[in-house]
Design a protein around this ligand. Structure first.
Ligand SMILES: Nc1ncnc2c1ncn2[C@@H]1O[C@H](COP(=O)(O)OP(=O)(O)OP(=O)(O)O)[C@@H](O)[C@H]1O
Length: 438
């Protein structure tokens, strides 16, 4: 590597314009590189050298796709979106989420490319700004979101776009696809990260309970209300509210929720004072809200309000490429009592399963299998047989939950967590439904 790869002396002889650009960028806080129109890296600023420069690996004069992706061809010819191609076509900036090779291994990086024009309007160079994405990991990680498959990356790119705004986010996906984890990532990536994140499980809350939980109540508002109690909306001041299973909010409460979202005001139960709320809304559901609207089970006006920025979380069967990464992440979790690995045949089997319970089910299967792995290696024999494979995942909105539960209970011999995984619901939800049905 040259002594100082950003030194103007190391730049290929280019226009004075590029030289002044380089000195201008040198002290920018974010990592930046200057590229010529033929993908060659002309210069890099100090932040880039510190974050992405690896000892012994020169990057000045190298192709960007070789340095960042180890490709022999530009990204678009390797089946990826190339921001340079797009910026050239648009004659303006383009932004994408890529996985880059870095000295720390593969990382999700938010890449923005801006073309630089000469006095005749021709593109002479591009400035690339890189920001490491901290809300998800592209390599095994003990906590947080992990993933690197195209389906996961698409959802992550949407998260990166919306998180800094105040727009409500609607997370859609089957049970166990990571909606709560995504909601936490939206909060953590937003300007409100320092404020509270309040999780509200909307299922199983009766109308009156929902109202007093959300809005709080005054002393004496109802029997048993011995003290004034602040509601979750108040607790979430300057932070984020995550309404999980919003499809379960009773119709009568939906109108109050709508009013809260539209006016930003509410009243405690039994109170007269109008209070001002200040929260960012993230909601999630595994139900088809559009179909519920058509059936009159969900208010259309509320649906439009919360559906400002929907993000579809892919089911695990659509991101089988991530199974090895997820499995290695779960096996590396500090909760594991000892180090356990998984052999190639077992992993290949996991990659072929249907996973109606998605990532939660995968985690449970691995936890169970590690108890059988006496020599510290999970093999095919330690995996539960794959009965779920032949059974299609219960479709959202198809039949009633009670029917599905009754059908599943008939002749099911597994544990409660296996039954929950089979039904594609969380154990918490299963427990509630069992209780409701006696
Ligand atoms: N991308 C991911 N990387 C790592 N772990 C994940 C990921 N997505 C989900 N998980 C894990 O899978 C489990 C289920 O995730 P989560 O509770 O967020 O799903 P959910 O969609 O909210 O489920 P439900 O609708 O049943 O409440 C959790 O243990 C979570 O940590």
């Amino acid at each position: 590597m040259p002594d100082d790869p950003a030194k103007p002396a190391s730049i290929a002889p280019h226009s004075a314009q590029v030289q002044s650009l380089v000195s201008f960028l040198e002290h920018e806080a974010q990592p930046m590189i200057v590229l010529d129109p033929d993908y060659n890296i002309l210069a890099a600023n100090g932040a880039y050298r510190r974050q992405f420069g690896a000892t012994g690996k020169p990057f000045i004069g190298q192709k960007c796709y070789r340095v960042s992706h180890h490709y022999e061809l530009p990204c678009d010819q390797a089946g990826e979106h190339c921001p340079m191609k797009k910026a050239r076509e648009l004659r303006g900036p383009d932004r994408v989420l890529h996985i880059h090779h870095t000295p720390r291994g593969p990382e999700h990086v938010d890449v923005e490319l801006r073309p630089i024009f000469d006095e005749h309007g021709a593109i002479t160079a591009y400035v690339e700004r890189l920001s490491t994405v901290r809300s998800a990991s592209a390599q095994p990680s003990g906590d947080g979101l992990v993933g690197r498959s195209p389906a996961f990356n698409q959802a992550l790119a949407a998260l990166q776009r919306v998180a800094p705004s105040m727009l409500p986010v609607l997370l859609l996906g089957e049970s166990g696809t990571g909606k709560e984890l995504f909601a936490r990532a939206v909060h953590a990536t937003s300007a409100r990260a320092g404020g509270p994140l309040v999780v509200v499980d909307c299922s199983g809350l009766s109308e009156t309970l929902f109202e007093s939980e959300l809005f709080g109540h005054e002393k004496g508002a109802f029997t048993g209300a011995a003290l004034r109690k602040p509601g979750l909306v108040e607790t979430a001041q300057d932070g984020t509210i995550f309404l999980d299973e919003i499809g379960d909010v009773p119709l009568a409460m939906q109108v109050k929720l709508l009013r809260l979202i539209e006016t930003g005001t509410y009243r405690r139960v039994g109170g007269v004072e109008t209070l001002h709320a200040n929260f960012r809304l993230v909601a999630a559901t595994h139900k088809r809200l559009d179909e519920m609207v058509a059936r009159g089970q969900f208010r259309q006006d509320l649906y439009y309000r919360i559906n400002a920025f929907p993000i579809e979380l892919p089911p695990l069967r659509e991101r089988a490429d991530d199974i090895a990464l997820l499995a290695n992440s779960f096996l590396a979790r500090p909760s594991a009592m000892r180090t356990v690995s998984i052999d190639a045949a077992a992993l290949a089997q996991l990659e072929r399963r249907a996973w109606p319970g998605n990532i939660r089910e995968l985690r449970n299967v691995l936890e169970r299998a590690s108890l059988f792995a006496d020599d510290g290696v999970i093999r095919v024999a330690h995996l539960p047989p794959a009965p779920m494979q032949s059974v299609p995942a219960p479709k959202a909105g198809a039949g009633t939950a009670a029917d599905a539960l009754a059908d599943a209970l008939t002749g099911f011999a597994g544990t409660r967590s296996e039954l929950a995984a089979y039904l594609g619901i969380s154990e918490r939800t299963l427990y509630r439904r069992l209780k409701r049905q006696g």
